[in-house]
Design a protein. Structure first.
Length: 173
């Protein structure tokens, strides 16, 4: 069964040659965060903000249903938490890890926060704004362009989503 989530198929485009040793570790933490969204019936997407020195300054998961807030995506919540931790809206010298390719809103927030590096898991051909539908993160006319890597643990990240939607179709909701 395919719901349209899949691992990045063209690693070079998404910069996986830039993968760093700790990336997988942090993506696994983001996955663990994503699993927590299921506890309140939210689509399991998790995000983490990690400073360049390795300190995790924010971890969040999708809370759209929980808050009944269309903007309560994991990335936006994580960026808010990171900005609060730093005492600045500029989330500099940090990377954001997210289990699903960011949407247009989250990609916009990432650009606004001046995050230097984004690593995502599964691609989202229906809403992704890191190249799948739009390429907000790679738009040369914007004043900030983060380094982007995609497809890391993409299969696991996508499976978590597929299982969630399959269980909902199974009559839970
Ligand atoms: Zn989003």
């Amino acid at each position: 069964m395919s719901l349209g989530f899949f691992a990045g198929e063209d690693p070079e485009v998404y910069g996986m040659d830039e993968e760093r040793p700790d990336d997988e570790y942090f993506m696994r933490l983001a996955l663990r965060e994503a699993e927590r969204a299921r506890e309140h019936g939210d689509v399991p997407i998790g995000a983490l903000v990690v400073r360049d020195d390795g300190e995790v300054i924010a971890a969040a998961h999708n809370e759209r249903e929980l808050r009944q807030d269309p903007t309560a995506h994991a990335e936006v919540l994580a960026l808010r938490e990171a900005a609060q931790a730093l005492g600045s809206w500029r989330v500099l010298e940090a990377a954001l890890y997210v289990t699903l390719e960011p949407c247009a809103m989250c990609a916009g927030a990432i650009v606004l926060a001046r995050v230097s590096r984004i690593v995502y898991g599964a691609s989202d051909p229906k809403a992704g704004a890191a190249g799948s539908v739009l390429d907000v993160l790679g738009e040369p006319r914007l004043n900030h362009r983060p380094e982007v890597a995609g497809g890391l643990l993409g299969e696991e990240c996508g499976d978590l989503l597929s299982e969630f939607f399959a269980s909902r179709r199974g009559g839970m909701i």
